[in-house]
Design a protein around this ligand. Structure first.
Ligand code: TXA
Ligand code: MG
Length: 325
């Protein structure tokens, strides 16, 4: 049984002591729900992979309540301080050289000489991380390859009985994962994953980012970017300007083609932040509703490429990619 903990002071205390005891606790961040474990405890970290059914180990992001705590584990360059000042707490992950005295387990860091660190935003997650007082490793709290959870009910749909507790901190405000920037070569910051901080906002602080040219360029550095992530069960068709009777529709903006009745509009006003926050819930809804109605596909209207549009397109592109059999 997975305990559902309310975000009260006693719920937070229980969640923190479970984490300190090597248990698995999912919790909300501003991006998505994370499946947390004490990053310094390799047995606890191994349980994350088991619960998610991950076929192989991936490096995990370590979460902290402050930049100071994060920079004890990852070595900060001047650009890291600048980005932390501008965006932490918030949806940005920095990949830094792992500090010589880092206590994060090799399993959480996947044996790499770098470490991904992040200070998430939100009163509850901050209080939780402060109370744990250790780095907390947390991938998104879904089964491997499935849609990321943006509320506690989604976590339980996927992981009930497989984890010790979920701290219900309500729906996630950003709704898709953090932007991952690799600073291991500080004069050439590399965008490993578009996410909750837009490229425009980042570049205003750090100057031009390098974009990996192809999937294979980035795959070894950031395995989470492998294709076919975020997959609903129904196939996904992108850039649809019309909808077949057999399709559910993921719409964007005030004008959408008439469809089957299974429609989820990401944002009627065409607001990309609202769209990001409703993306994963929409995919879940259309998947369930589409299957109930006997539909065979989810059609997706075109999404603009600016602001959070890039991160939304990235997740949709993965949802539409060929699936491993
Ligand atoms: O918003 C988020 O980032 C959420 C919440 C829970 O914080 N977490 C999340 O974790 O999305 P996960 O495991 O699903 O994605 C972590 C990403 C992956 O793409 C992984 O490859 C990359 O970060 N990553 C982690 N450590 C890395 C490292 N040392 N070098 C390069 N990429 C790394
Ligand atoms: Mg994930």
């Amino acid at each position: 049984m997975t305990q559902r903990l309310a975000a009260t002071s006693s719920g937070l205390e229980t969640a923190a002591s479970l984490l300190r005891a090597g248990k698995l606790v999912a919790f909300g961040t501003e991006t998505v729900y994370g499946l947390g474990a004490d990053a310094t405890n390799p047995t606890a970290v191994a349980r994350i992979f088991e619960a998610k059914n991950r076929p192989r180990f991936n490096p995990l992001i370590s979460h902290f309540h402050s930049a100071d705590a994060a920079f004890q584990q990852g070595v900060a360059c001047s650009l890291a301080y600048k980005l932390a000042d501008a965006f932490w707490p918030g949806p940005l992950t920095l990949v830094l050289p792992r500090a010589p005295g880092s206590t994060v387990s090799d399993l959480a860091a996947d044996g790499l000489s770098s470490l991904a660190v992040r200070v998430p935003r939100g009163e509850n997650v901050q209080a939780l991380l402060r109370a744990v007082g250790r780095p907390v490793a947390a991938p998104s709290a879904n089964r491997s390859g499935r849609i990321s959870p943006s509320d506690a009910a989604h976590v339980l749909e996927e992981l009930d009985g497989r984890i010790d507790a979920v701290l219900d901190t309500g729906p996630c405000v950003v709704g898709l994962e953090s932007t991952v920037v690799d600073l291991t070569t500080p004069d050439r910051p590399l965008l490993l994953r578009p996410g909750g901080v837009s490229v425009e906002a980042l570049e205003a602080v750090c100057g031009p980012l390098t974009f990996p040219e192809t999937e294979s360029d980035v795959a070894p550095q950031s395995p989470g970017r492998l294709l076919s992530h975020y997959a609903p069960l129904l196939p996904v068709r992108l850039n649809a300007t019309s909808v077949y009777a057999s399709e559910a529709l993921l719409a964007f903006g005030p004008d959408h083609p008439a469809g089957s009745g299974a429609i989820w509009n990401l944002s009627k006003t065409g607001n990309l932040e609202e769209a990001a926050s409703r993306l994963f819930a929409g995919l879940r809804y259309l998947d369930a509703e589409g299957q109930k109605l006997g539909l065979t596909c989810v059609a997706v209207q075109p999404i603009p490429s600016h602001g959070l549009g890039l991160a939304i397109q990235d997740r949709l592109h993965r949802a539409a990619a060929p699936r491993p059999i």
